[in-house]
Design a protein around this ligand. Structure first.
Ligand SMILES: Cc1ncc(COP(=O)(O)O)c(C=O)c1O
Length: 360
């Protein structure tokens, strides 16, 4: 089987793969209700969130569905969201706002650049009612410094909508400390489930305040939460993906929760960074500014991405290209999923082999 070093979907553990073989199930039956409620509760428990104040809303769709549901369900028609961009996914938030005619203002930084708190602070003076941004910009691997960035939001009591798609379950997320109103995420990245299920964790009071005036049929969080609270679902859910997520959540808990997962990823990423450095391959960002989940690396000299990708694929490893303007200069390595340090060592050996071929 190929080793996936792309940022999701991930290599599944045996127990998660086995869960996919559970019995066929109708989404209108009590067994499905129980499964759904168990998943919703487990998602809140990862960060110790109060079940009275927060709701986990499950959607059948990829991470972008959760981003879009969060934006269209929680941002008012009257008001203005400050969207902070420093990569592809921040720019995707702006695109969603454009499509739904959500009033917004952009605060743009180059891909990989650090978000400057002073710029956030001065932008907030402009009639801003909400802030939306990405936690871990998967474009480059930058882990945005949420404590610093959201300090002025907290001081002015401006709610923050967070895309935690590629950080949820493996990095610290301070729901109250960062003044979060909602966080969008997915089953198939740091949680180690399969693609097909995404979710938004949101404050119940924010949902209630946003209730009037539905703007999307499929992606309205209030439609979901009202039925999910009663054990139902407005639409057919991806039952097998729920089975996998349920098992993945148990595994996450058994492994020690998000902190243990972060430690595990940090160890793997250190092995990757040190190994690549020995081969003369430099990381794009320093460790202190990078996530534990995905890091970007400069392409080796005299080698384009396709050659590197194809050489690694032939040896059983899938890496990820840079996006947009970075396609010619970087490649990305993610360390999520059921990997071992042996897998990483074999990947590093394969890299060494490919570089040797280039030099011969
Ligand atoms: C930060 C972030 N947000 C959103 C997405 C979009 O997720 P999907 O491709 O599952 O729709 C991704 C995907 O990698 C991501 O990394």
């Amino acid at each position: 089987m190929e080793i996936l070093l792309n940022p999701g979907p991930v290599n599944l553990s045996k127990r998660v793969r086995q869960a996919l073989l559970k019995p066929d199930l109708c989404h209108r039956e009590i067994e499905f209700s129980d499964l759904q409620q168990r998943i919703r509760a487990s998602l809140l428990d990862i960060y110790g969130l109060s079940h009275a104040d927060w709701a986990a809303v499950l959607i059948t769709g990829s991470g972008t569905a959760a981003m879009e549901a969060m934006m269209v369900s929680l941002l008012p028609r009257v008001g203005k969201v400050l969207i902070i961009e420093n990569g592809v996914y921040g720019e995707r938030l702006s695109r969603i706002a454009e499509i739904y005619n959500i009033p917004f203002q952009k605060l743009h930084f180059g891909w990989g650049e650090e978000i400057q708190t002073a710029a956030v602070e001065s932008a907030l003076a402009n009639g801003i009612t909400h802030v939306a941004l990405i936690h871990h910009e998967t474009t480059t691997g930058r882990l945005n410094n949420m404590g610093k960035i959201t300090a002025p939001c907290k001081a002015a009591n401006i709610p923050v909508l967070l895309d935690g798609v590629s950080s949820f379950a493996a990095e610290a997320i301070e729901f109250t400390g960062w003044n979060l109103q909602a966080c969008a995420a997915t089953a198939n990245k740091c949680l180690h489930g399969i693609p097909g299920t995404s979710f938004v964790i949101c404050r119940r009071d924010a949902l209630q305040a946003a209730a009037p005036g539905q703007r999307s049929l499929y992606l309205d969080l209030n439609t979901y939460v009202s039925q999910q609270d009663r054990g139902g679902t407005p639409f057919t859910q991806s039952v097998q993906s729920f089975y996998a997520l349920d098992e993945a959540l148990s595994e996450h808990r058994d492994d020690g929760g998000w902190k243990a997962r972060r430690t595990q990823y940090r160890t793997r990423m250190q092995q990757v960074r040190e190994g690549l450095e020995q081969l003369g391959i430099r990381a794009l960002l320093p460790v202190g500014e990078s996530s534990c989940i995905l890091n970007s690396f400069h392409l080796p000299e005299n080698m384009d991405y396709q050659t590197l990708h194809d050489g690694l694929k032939a040896r059983g490893f899938i890496i990820y290209a840079g996006q947009g303007g970075l396609v010619q200069s970087i490649f990305r390595i993610a360390v999520m999923g059921a990997l071992t340090s042996d897998d990483i060592q074999r990947f590093l050996n394969a890299m060494r082999e490919i570089l040797k071929t280039r030099d011969n």
